[in-house]
Write a protein that binds this ligand. Structure first.
Ligand code: A3P
Length: 302
């Protein structure tokens, strides 16, 4: 994230296929140059399937949690299957090749080779997702999260992976100035928030998942056109998706997988705290105020 040249991209195509805001042309996304060189055109040409489901998030918003949930719903609650391979294997990361080749050296080919129904993860903003997703109105699950918790979670993540040596103060500034990969954060979320009532969009927050996961599961079953779960099925699923269970389970706690590709700090754990409001004891008053002011200023423009 902090290494290599970064590039600010503007939406590459002129809005015809996007059900997006009129001011799309002002939207920027910061991505590593490597990503653009290797993948941009291939993502543009990516062919989707009628039963594809995309899990789209800004990083650290609860992607893995949602992937595990959606994968289980799409695969008849196959807990045995979920214990046989990493969630990143079962639900591939569309643009990952350029980001470190943790699992797939060529993520696009890996997605092409997945059997249906595919659950595909992406952190790309709306305007950079494959155009077919919009043209053919593929199902998208979008998870958003409080920006201050995202900053804290991302900071700990990149620091734990030795991808960031700076201070939290520098990280907050880079985040606000759209220099961290996948920023601009608010543009990412607002686009999907505006589309939240479209039939192919399932918009949910990490905070809602923490507060009442059962209701989220029920809503998601309707969205995915899956039969309602029995009480017992629901109970087992909620247990499986609990933070402690996912932390203990090597295929949902990505720490082991990350260790294979990065020089990870000793105390790094992908399943870090899993709470709402960790910023309260991890961000100084100054940083909180800075992020609040920046948020208010930006959201007033939308
Ligand atoms: P924290 O760093 O705040 O603990 P992503 O999958 O998008 O990278 O998000 C990672 C964040 O989701 C981490 O947040 C992680 O702990 C949290 N998370 C993962 N699984 C979770 C679960 N089952 N329950 C609650 N939080 C979870």
């Amino acid at each position: 994230l902090a290494t290599g040249p970064m590039l600010r991209l503007r939406c590459p195509t002129a809005g015809e296929w996007l059900p997006l805001t009129q001011d799309w042309s002002e939207r920027w996304c910061t991505l590593p140059q490597l990503y653009v060189d290797r993948n941009c055109e291939r993502i543009g040409a990516f062919e989707t399937r009628a039963d594809d489901v995309f899990v789209v998030t800004f990083m650290k918003c609860g992607t893995t949690w949602m992937q595990e949930l959606a994968w289980l719903l799409l695969n008849k609650l196959d807990y045995e299957g979920s214990k046989q391979s990493y969630v990143m294997e079962r639900s591939k990361f569309l643009e990952y090749s350029a980001m470190g080749a943790m699992v797939d050296k060529d993520s696009i080919t890996a997605c092409n080779n997945m059997s249906s129904p595919r659950l595909i993860k992406s952190h790309l903003p709306a305007q950079l997702l494959p155009p077919e997703v919009w043209l053919k109105k593929r199902k998208i699950i979008y998870v958003a999260r409080n920006v201050k918790d995202v900053v804290v979670s991302s900071f700990n993540f990149v620091r734990g992976l030795n991808m960031w040596n700076g201070s939290i103060a520098e990280f907050v500034d880079e985040f606000i100035n759209n220099k961290i990969a996948y920023t601009s954060f608010w543009a990412h979320i607002v686009d999907f928030w505006r589309m939240r009532n479209e039939p192919n969009i399932f918009f949910v927050t990490y905070e809602e998942m923490k507060k009442d996961l059962e209701s989220v599961v029920k809503r998601l079953c309707i969205f995915l056109e899956i039969n309602e779960l029995s009480k017992l099925e629901m109970k087992e699923l909620l247990h499986h998706l609990s933070f402690d269970n996912m932390k203990a389970h090597q295929y949902t706690n990505l720490t082991g997988l990350l260790k294979q590709s990065y020089e990870i700090n000793e105390n790094f754990d992908f399943m870090r705290r899993g709470i709402v409001g960790s910023f309260k004891d991890e961000l100084s008053d100054d940083h909180r105020k800075k992020l609040d002011k920046w948020t208010n200023d930006i959201l007033q423009q939308y």
